[in-house]
Design a protein around this ligand. Sequence first.
Ligand code: G3I
Length: 390
Amino acid sequence: MSWLNVVRIIQKLKQRDMKKSQFLPLTLALLILATASCKKTTPELKEVFKNDFLIGTAMNSYQVHGRDPLAKPFIIKNFNSITAENEMKWERIHPAPGVYSFAKADSIAEFAQKNNLVLIGHVLVWHSQTPDWVFRDSVGNTLSRDALLARMKDHIFTVVGHFKGKVKGWDVVNEAIDDNGAMRKSLWYQIIGEDYIQKAFEYAHEADPDAELYYNDYNNEQKVKRDGVIPIIKSLQQNGARIDAVGIQGHWHLDEPDLNELDESLSAYAALGVKIVITEMEVNVLPTPPEVYGADIQQQAKYLEELNPYKNGCPDSVQTQLANRYSDLFTIFMKHKKDITRVTFWGIHDGYSWKNGWPIVGRTNYPLLFDRNYQPKPAFWSVIKTAKGE
Ligand code: G3I
């Protein structure tokens, strides 16, 4: 029974001029009924998928420090896994040579432990958000291969060692493949060579033999990039490295990726004998310049009013498109649920999404399942229906 119905019934009872001794207990009973049915009708995401895969969210230190008092209880209610959105990245956790700064990441880890949430480590080796000093010696010269490998090892041993027993799995290498499917010519690649990936996985395994290890990328559900990622996984396997899963970030759009291509990619990765984790999911609803269909934070586009069409609210027609899109995506996830171990959303509600600031700063986006007031959107309900096979 909805609250609206309760209010209507109470108004009718009042009009009937009912005695106070009858009116009060009846009203109380209605309120109890409404509260109970409200609880019943808003399912908890993690419960709905408990037999399928973990349901995670990205979390930031603003939320863990309770500056938004609704965030923590909401996370505990809906999710059973968290990933630090930024706090474990190299520039945050290891900002200067020999300086490790664990406080913010520690508070996220503590929150996870206290509330039985599976903590994911993000991220060890990435071309982005890695300070320039990492690749240079004390006088500014580019490091040799051996010196950079030693620096990578120190970082991985220190960070993975610090969170040993607290982090279930690490995004060891992030975004090593370029949009054309070739190896990204990052400084890691240029200085160390292609085997920097193998080394990173070896170090991570040595630092915590119990931790799961993932290779993570965006657009790797698309064939072009998948064809670059598959050889990486095979090479790791052939060279005896531990690799548990391939991470598909899932920074998606209403019209991208192609669903058949996603379906094929999930089968192709599973055929390698690794699991699949959807690591950073959201569905952008705003018009996007074609050159920034990805997640490379370096790419930015210019603000234009026509590229920010829903700043006063998301129209019903767009909510419906989003709901249908989420339903299509979760239908594919459910089809592959034996191979998918986790689906993590990149943010708890629309207001926290990085998509409000990228690739164009200052827009109002609606890419997640909950709105800015923590209310479930039509997309939430379509995901629930899909889970139940309705
Ligand atoms: O916290 C500072 C704040 O103090 C400062 O005033 C403000 C001014 O720019 O910046 C704030 O930091 C920003 C941070 O997000 C927190 O909002 C950084 O500039 C900004 O670069 C950073 O962006 C993050 C981005 O990665 C780059 O690290 C996004 O939040 C985060 O969602 C995004 O996540 C990445 C994944 O790690 C990897 N896959 C792609 C995904 C999207 O780019």
